[in-house]
Design a binder for this molecule. Structure first.
Ligand SMILES: Cc1ncc(COP(=O)(O)O)c(C=O)c1O
Length: 410
């Protein structure tokens, strides 16, 4: 009997970043030393203070369901953080705590989108945005950017895209950005916000990498521009990236109370609340761990500099210097056009874009895993995550450089 699967299930592909990591892991398990630049999470341990708080919560038997939106003491800590870091006044009722920022975005999209609504997404995009938009039966509308525009959309592009749409609902804007490392300036955000207000768009501002900005760069929250913009913005953040807590699963959304309440109702029928122990641990992260964040940020900056120095030695690639997050995205189109990187067997069976083939060749023949640009909606690039040791970054760069050079001779 043929099993019926929904149109949603059929439309959604597995996360390509996880696919690359899985192949790298498979090879590592066979004893092959693959340098993995595919990982989207900090390689540091969760700070000890946070783990101690979690132990204490277990000892105190804080192990039952909590209220859906998150315990008040955590939402108060988030509210204090938003005031301290972003100068935003957000009361606890404007905040929904969810099992990861990924879930926060999903519940917000479910709360604001109707079928066939349109959601604008700059490319390259974080891998889950387009799938999540499709899962709520809305349409992702892509706004292309390139390394030459520092991977940022212009107001003209935004305006032009909106004008072609019949039911524009939201813009998802991610700064600091995964996969490019770009950081929008205050002025750029002000201009974008004006267009969103003009067209009554909700801005889903994904600020999960806010704490990871380098060298005097400043993260600026679009919600901070004016009261009006604030009323059109749902800010997304969480503890995964700043506090090395990816496995704990806690993100949050802060925005207009009607949207937050609706998303909370949806969450109440899906995941209920976030793990009670994680909620206690997150209070400690937000209140007490700024020093740990700064140490990790300092390390990431060192690694970024080493990676970018390595890029300088590689012919024919184009790149920007990432200002935040822990990713870099060189343009490798020269190689896609001029090199031969076909491998005999194919691991990535579903998608066969050029960047996928290049990545498959690099993993298998040069033991270096980078993520194909097509995973992020742009085929001319690959993404490096520099959440990796300095030794690995140096060795991986050598492998990458050799792999590209040899692809031209095959
Ligand atoms: C841009 C962006 N937003 C959201 C998330 C999701 O984070 P979380 O672990 O909180 O679900 C990620 C994780 O990779 C990300 O890169």
């Amino acid at each position: 009997m043929a099993i019926h699967l929904s149109h949603r299930a059929k439309a959604i592909n597995p996360s390509p970043t996880l696919t690359v990591s899985a192949l790298a892991k498979q090879m590592q398990e066979k004893g092959i030393n693959v340098i993995n630049f595919g990982v989207g999470e900090p390689d540091f341990n969760t700070p000890q203070k946070i783990k101690d708080c979690a132990h204490q919560a277990i000892k105190d038997n804080f192990t039952r369901y909590t209220n859906t939106s998150g315990i008040s003491s955590l939402r108060e800590a988030i509210s204090a953080k938003l005031k301290r870091d972003n100068d935003l006044d957000c009361s606890v009722k404007d905040i929904l705590v969810s099992p990861g920022a990924k879930a926060s975005i999903m519940f917000i999209l479910m709360a604001i989108c109707d079928p066939r609504d349109e959601v604008l997404i700059p490319t390259p995009y974080w891998v889950s945005y387009n799938s999540q938009v499709e899962m709520v039966d809305a349409h992702p509308i892509f706004i292309p950017t390139t390394v030459d525009s520092d991977f940022k959309i212009s107001v003209e592009q935004l305006e032009e895209s909106i004008e072609t749409l019949s039911s524009p609902r939201a813009l998802i804007l991610n700064t600091p950005n995964n996969p490019t490392g770009s950081v929008y300036t205050q002025k750029e955000l002000e201009e974008i916000a004006q267009i969103c207000l003009k067209h009554n768009l909700i801005i889903i501002a994904d600020e999960i990498y806010e704490k990871l900005v380098y060298e005097g760069e400043k993260h600026y929250s679009i919600a901070n521009i004016s009261k009006e913009v604030r009323e059109h913005t749902v800010l997304i953040n969480g503890v995964s990236k700043a506090y090395a807590m990816t496995g704990w699963r806690l993100g949050y959304a802060a925005g207009p109370v009607d949207i937050i309440k609706s998303a909370a109702r949806i969450q109440s029928h899906t995941t209920s609340c976030v793990n009670s122990i994680t909620q206690k641990a997150a209070i400690c992260a937000l209140d007490e761990c700024e020093d740990d964040v700064q140490k990790m940020r300092f390390e990431f900056q060192k690694r970024r500099d080493i990676l970018i120095d390595g890029f300088k030695e590689i012919p024919h690639i184009k790149y920007n210097v990432p200002k935040g997050a822990f990713y870099a995205m060189p343009d490798i189109s020269y190689y896609l056009q001029n090199a031969n990187f076909y491998t005999k067997s194919s691991y990535f069976k579903k998608t066969k874009t050029k960047s996928v083939r290049l990545c498959e060749y690099l993993i298998k023949e040069h033991k270096v895993a980078v993520v194909p640009g097509s995973a992020f909606g742009v085929d001319n690039y690959v993404r490096f995550s520099y959440a990796n040791s300095i030794d690995n970054i140096k060795e991986g760069l050598k492998n990458f450089k050799r792999g590209l050079a040899e692809s031209l001779k095959r």
